[in-house]
Design a protein around this ligand. Structure first.
Ligand SMILES: [Zn+2]
Length: 468
């Protein structure tokens, strides 16, 4: 079996790993590269392999950096199927459609503002290209439900375990038999954090593994326990209510928004916060909510104890309003506090959150609540770092609002979680650290090597191949 690391190798986006066995070419994930604009454009526009030569794709989960290049793969001649859980298939379609819309809007904006004679900007793909993906999906149940393998050829089969990262996320186990000998490799996709709302604890494969492709986004640090987050959130809300403040929360439409709503609902039921107006202002979050409501059987046991046994959904409670139209979103600008707005994008680089920040950050009575990872150079990171003034939608704003960070909501395993996951696997020989960048990859590699000296642990470079 040959494995080639085409993306998310020495970086955290563009997940693409190719497995070749008996002439069959199996692609794990086909994600978008996300980074600085020019580099992103170059990396995403050209696939690193011939799309028509790929025989099948298995998708670990529906984040854009794992699924966002599927429309381009099909546009470039891929004729095969896309295997995933049913929740991943549904969410991936929404995420890719959202990505197509953003790309089309960006291209239109760039073409309107470009210097004369410059080359026209074009989206990587449009909504029709995304629609073409829908009929390629073949959904597969987690193996906890069936324990069956899904057969791709007589010599190649796979299983999906729950990765506990976002709804539908999977750890993919592939077994290939060549010349009578079977080899098994697992790919974690993104591995979830333990003891967070909604998601189950990541499942370790039962099979004896020859190799593991493991994400290690947070290989250099440990998260504070999630149980601390509720108390801190309640304290901010109660303070804000006293002062009739607005609380503005940038949040990723997929995952973070649902975790926040779950936590707010629970705090309210436990009488730790009173009823006050909460608005979820993100059309994608509203659509994703429908998928969450259809897949409640995938939630963890604690969520079921909190809400399922009462016949309730975590995502609906008094005074929580989902905002759909632009008019209703704009109406929030003139509304007097106290209230909370949860809106995308999570790093405040795009989406409706920018309008809410523009209207709120200059007032010292307001709050900005950061609940997710903020990449360098984003508006979210600048607010987190205390930069003032900041530029929002072309306008300068002094930041006088209080900016508070709650890191406990991470959807990724931390250092202890990754090391623990390794300890639960059987027969493992080779570990390839992917979905990571320096220095956290080297910190984790050194630590994992000292703890598991028998393991061969490598950080593959982009384009590198290994034989197992
Ligand atoms: Zn992810």
């Amino acid at each position: 079996m040959k494995i080639t690391f085409y993306g998310a190798a020495e970086n955290v986006t563009g997940s693409k790993h190719l497995i070749e066995a008996n002439g069959f070419r199996l692609l794990l994930d086909c994600g978008l590269y996300q980074g600085r604009r020019q580099e992103t454009e170059r990396m995403n526009r050209t696939l690193p392999f011939d799309a028509a030569s790929i025989d099948a794709v298995i998708l670990s989960h529906a984040h854009a950096d794992h699924c966002g290049e599927l429309p381009l793969l099909i546009k470039n001649g891929y004729k095969g199927r896309i295997y995933s859980t049913d929740a991943t298939a549904e969410i991936a379609m929404l995420i890719m459609m959202d990505s197509a819309k953003i790309q089309m809007e960006d291209a239109e904006y760039l073409n309107r503002h470009q210097v004369p004679g410059a080359e026209n900007a074009a989206p990587l793909y449009n909504e029709d290209d995304v629609t073409a993906c829908a009929e390629r999906f073949v959904t597969v149940a987690y193996c906890r439900k069936t324990d069956d393998w899904t057969r791709l050829t007589d010599n190649l089969r796979f299983k999906l375990y729950d990765a506990g990262h976002i709804l539908g996320s999977s750890v993919i186990v592939v077994e290939a038999t060549e010349n009578g000998a079977a080899k098994t490799v697992a790919f974690t996709g993104d591995l979830g954090n333990v003891n967070v709302p909604l998601m189950r604890t990541p499942e370790p494969p039962k099979e004896k593994l020859d190799a593991l492709l493991m994400e290690c986004t947070y290989g250099d640090r440990n998260h504070r326990p999630f149980s601390d987050a509720g108390g801190e959130l309640a304290a901010v809300i109660n303070e804000a209510l006293k002062n009739k403040s607005k609380i503005i929360v940038p949040a990723f439409s997929l995952g973070r928004t649902q975790e926040l709503i779950y936590t707010l609902h629970k705090l309210h039921d436990e009488k730790k916060i009173p009823l006050f107006p909460i608005y979820v202002d993100s059309p994608l979050s509203v659509n994703i909510l429908d998928v969450f409501n259809r897949h409640t059987d995938d939630f963890d046991q604690a969520t079921w104890q909190d809400f399922g046994v009462k016949g309730e959904t975590p995502f609906i409670f008094d005074n929580l309003t989902y905002v759909r139209t632009i008019q209703d979103s704009k109406a929030l600008n003139g509304k007097v506090g106290p209230f909370m707005v949860i809106s995308a994008s999570g790093m405040a680089e795009g989406g409706r959150i920018r309008h809410h920040l523009l209207n709120s950050v200059a007032d010292p009575n307001n709050y900005v609540l950061i609940t997710g990872y903020q990449a360098s150079n984003t508006l979210g990171r600048k607010l987190q770092d205390g930069v003032s003034p900041v530029n929002i939608l072309g306008q300068s704003r002094e930041v006088r609002a209080k900016v508070i960070t709650l890191q406990e909501f991470s959807a990724h395993a931390d250092q202890a979680g990754l090391l623990n996951y390794l300890s639960e696997l059987h027969g493992l020989q080779h570990v390839y650290l992917v979905h990571t960048e320096a220095p956290q990859d080297n910190i984790f590699k050194a630590l994992a090597r000292s703890k598991y000296p028998a393991l061969d642990i490598e950080i593959p470079a982009t384009g590198m191949s290994v034989e197992i």
